[in-house]
Design a protein around this ligand. Structure first.
Ligand code: HEC
Length: 155
């Protein structure tokens, strides 16, 4: 299930018409990927998670992936984010942490890759700079939505 898939139009990405075309294109492409994922009975967010995140956070997202031993910090259990946030899933924060480009680090280096930059590098090659930004945003929304779907139900 994808929730909150749409973000506000990005600032500085050109004329509205131009943006609308690119957005429609990106949405169409994303829905193709989505349908392919559903055909395999796996959401796009889940596929992306297993591909990029499970090495550290674990395939069940509880923070025990195979890379855990070599990291300075233990990756957090991503199934308890709501629990640790007073019962509310911190969607915006999760989105921002995954993206990583706009996070001001309070305490030292980050162990987690800056996915916004990494995804954009790949996506811009295929869709151009502004189309790439839209696809990258969509990928991060899919991931955040997938993590939201993993939250344990509260007692
Ligand atoms: C190289 C290991 C590594 C990979 C790969 C990784 N993470 Fe992380 N992640 C961490 C660590 C370590 C932290 C703790 C904060 C820090 O040190 O950056 C973290 C923190 C987070 C948080 C913040 C949780 C909180 O408590 O607010 C989220 C959300 C998250 N990761 C999601 C993801 C997603 C989604 C992916 C895949 C796109 C991913 N991570 C891939 C290591 C990783």
């Amino acid at each position: 299930m994808i929730t909150k898939r749409r973000s506000k139009p990005l600032p500085g990405t050109g004329k509205p018409t131009d943006l609308h075309i690119k957005f429609a294109m990106a949405a169409a492409l994303a829905s193709v990927a989505w349908n392919a994922a559903v055909a395999q009975e796996m959401s796009y967010g889940e596929a992306e998670y297993l591909n990029s995140c499970a090495v550290c956070h674990g395939s069940d997202a509880k923070g025990d992936g195979p890379l855990t031993d070599v990291l300075m910090k233990r990756p957090p259990d991503l199934t308890r984010l709501s629990e640790r946030n007073g019962g509310r899933f911190p969607y915006q924060r999760v989105f921002a942490v995954i993206d990583g480009r706009y996070v001001v680090s309070g305490h030292g280096d980050r162990d987690m890759p800056v996915w916004g930059r990494q995804f954009l590098e790949e996506d811009a090659k295929v869709y151009g700079p502004s189309g790439g930004e839209i696809v990258t945003t969509e990928r991060i929304h899919n991931l955040a939505g997938y993590i939201e779907s993993l939250q344990r139900s509260l007692p």
